[in-house]
Design a protein around this ligand. Structure first.
Ligand code: G6P
Length: 615
């Protein structure tokens, strides 16, 4: 989704760092990009549809010499993911106002923009775009009577909705104002520059010292540093935090795509998720961040797990884990549906919010609604310091390292692993025996090596993908704990290979979708050797009887299941609780190879965004 970068230095030309920052944010998904620079000749704005590379070309033509670039040491930049208006050059950010004196970039949605725009038009403002953002630029310009910070805060007080903004003005040289409400924004405080970004990955090339703005914060950014205020212009203090990973973690390191790098990283990522969190002698998990003593855990009557996309699928696996290990009734809920359903949650309920980014707008709103209703809320996030992690107040970090590929991989396996540890801990406060707990502890310890052994099947999976890469439709079937994994397998192939795919409960296939089966519709059957597998084998036979070719994800040595499928991808033998993890890794690799063979842009799939910060 949209990305913001800002750069302020005394002597370094801003254009290079701004474009590099945008490149770091490309993974989030976007359809146009732009830059505004401030110099002694005022504000210069450059915008382009398509990729950052196109914008870079335009900038190189416009600012040919070192001397041209050196004139501008402060600037803002943006990648836009269209919400209001088509992805055209006119709608791309930055938007300008005040006869070209002011430029502004924005993430989020201004809900009352139509009313504000009508009011401004009556006062003679002319609009050049269809965006909600241009309204904010015009508003700031009308309030600007000499104090930039106060002009921005007055404008923002008129605005309803969400925003992360950065703005510069020819009338205020050397100054940039940034603010946030509902859209992430952080500020890197470097030795020779101050860098603003919607995502810390655009900052770490300069500094790891970062201030995370909170909702309602507004800040004055200069080459010397930053001062943070409330919207009423009262100074507030915000701690400078150190980012605990470096540039290497967000670079491809020799891989062709981030997605395959992140699939490969899973054994290490999962080691980090698990590290220090298992107590073998007590047969339980130690999750200090949950901050829930056994008495409080034991009092919980119901669990609701909320999330979107891949996180929702991990939450659906959570239902099986918590219900089986902890006897706790669990409902996984899509966050947007949950937040608008006037949900029935209260003090006896535990709500776990799953979000890799910790910024997904609907999940965040669901967290707020649950807190409002008195439920116990925990976050399960990957990004440290993210909004959901902070607002939930307690939870578990995945520690899976930065995930750049839009198609989520390592976050899913880390989420399921973390949920398993949470369910184990919860179970041990209830009926789960010490013996069972100890069995699970040793199973969890094996996860990294088990995942590594699936990754070793990469070449075999690539071969199978070749046979099916040209299919236009696919079905993924699984039952019980593997049903959400079927959904996740179908989601991966939709996202990156643009193949129409549906995930189904294996038994449900015959209630309609079987009508679509033919020799042109491969079915991927999740056949890990766990209770219920024989029934899925039966469903496979129904598919084969309709000529559909079947790719089975089967357990090593399970000749019986392998005999019923056209092609078998082999996974190690594991207990039921681990079966989604080893199965999904095979599906990730399958989707990756199908996408590669179809020539798709794997890391930047069309229309998708990594972090969906609008509802
Ligand atoms: C977007 C991404 C998905 C992700 C979902 C939830 O749709 O493209 O990969 O699963 O958001 O994101 P979250 O950060 O909340 O896990």
């Amino acid at each position: 989704m949209c990305g913001i970068v800002g750069f302020a230095s005394f002597s370094t030309p801003a254009v290079g760092p701004l474009v590099n920052g945008l490149r770091r944010l490309e993974y989030r998904g976007y359809d146009s990009a732009g830059v505004a620079l401030q110099g002694s000749d005022g504000i210069r704005v450059y915008k382009q549809t398509g990729k950052v590379a196109e914008l870079d070309k335009l900038l190189k033509e416009a600012l040919k010499t070192e001397a041209d670039r050196a004139k501008y040491t402060i600037g803002i930049a943006h990648t836009r993911w269209a919400t209001h208006g088509l992805p055209t050059r006119a709608n791309a950010h930055p938007h300008v106002a005040d006869d070209g004196n002011l430029a502004l970039v924005h993430n989020g949605i201004i809900e009352n923009y139509a009313a504000l725009r009508t009011g401004l038009e009556k006062r003679g403002c002319r609009f050049l775009s269809q965006t909600d953002t241009e309204v904010v630029a015009q508003l700031v310009a009308t309030f600007d009577k000499g104090d930039f910070l106060s002009a921005v805060s007055q404008a923002l007080k008129q605005v309803e909705g969400t925003y992360g903004i950065a703005t510069i003005s020819a009338k205020h040289p050397g100054e940039m104002i940034v603010a946030r409400k509902g859209s992430p924004l952080c500020i890197g405080v470097g030795e020779h520059e101050t860098v603003v970004a919607s995502d810390v990955s655009a900052i770490v090339a300069y500094t790891r010292q970062v201030i995370y703005l909170k909702d309602g914060d507004i800040a004055r950014v200069t080459p010397e540093g930053v001062t943070v205020y409330s919207l009423d212009n009262a100074p507030v203090s915000r701690e400078v935090q150190e980012v605990d990973w470096d540039l290497g973690a967000i670079e491809k390191g020799g891989y062709e795509h981030f997605m395959i790098k992140e699939i490969d990283e899973q054994p290490d990522a999962l080691r980090n998720t698990i590290r220090g969190r298992l107590d073998a002698s007590a047969g339980t998990a130690v999750l200090a961040g949950l901050n829930l003593p056994p008495r409080e855990l034991a009092a919980i009557r119901r669990l609701v797990i909320i999330g979107c996309g891949t996180s929702l699928h991990a939450g659906m696996v959570g239902k099986y884990l918590f219900e089986n290990l902890a006897d706790l009734p669990t409902s996984p809920e899509q966050a947007a549906e949950f937040r608008y359903s006037n949900p029935i949650v209260g003090p006896d309920d535990w709500v776990i919010a799953l979000s890799q980014s910790g910024e997904t707008a609907d999940t965040l709103a669901a967290v707020r609604e649950s807190i409002r209703k008195g439920a116990l809320v925990s976050g399960l996030c990957n990004v440290v310091g993210s909004t959901i992690a902070r607002e939930a107040g307690r939870g578990v970090y995945l520690h899976a390292g930065p995930e750049i590929s839009v198609a989520s991989t390592k976050a899913f396996t880390a989420q399921v692993t973390a949920l398993l540890m949470m369910a184990l801990k919860m179970g041990r406060t209830r009926r789960l025996s010490h013996e069972e707990g100890a069995r699970l502890v040793s199973e969890i310890e094996r996860i990294p090596e088990l995942v590594a052994s699936v990754i070793q099947q990469n070449d075999a999976i690539a071969k199978i993908a070749e046979k099916y890469a040209q299919a236009n439709d696919m079905f993924f079937i699984g039952r019980g704990i593997l049903y959400p994994t079927a959904l996740e397998g179908a989601l991966k192939i939709k996202e990156i290979a643009y193949v129409h795919a549906e995930g189904y409960q294996a038994a449900e296939l015959k209630h309609g979708p079987i009508a679509l089966l033919s020799d042109k519709t491969p079915v991927v059957a999740l056949l890990a050797d766990i209770p219920g597998k024989e029934k899925t084998v039966g469903n496979v036979q129904e598919c084969r009887a309709r000529q559909a070719p079947v790719i089975g994800i089967v357990t090593e040595g399970d000749a019986e299941a392998a005999a019923h499928v056209n092609d078998a991808i082999v996974i190690p033998r594991v207990s039921t609780e681990l079966s989604p993890i080893v199965t999904v890794v095979a599906l990730q690799l399958f989707a990756y190879h199908v996408a590669r063979l179809r020539g798709c842009e794997i890391d930047q799939p069309r229309n998708l965004a990594k972090s969906v910060t609008v509802e």
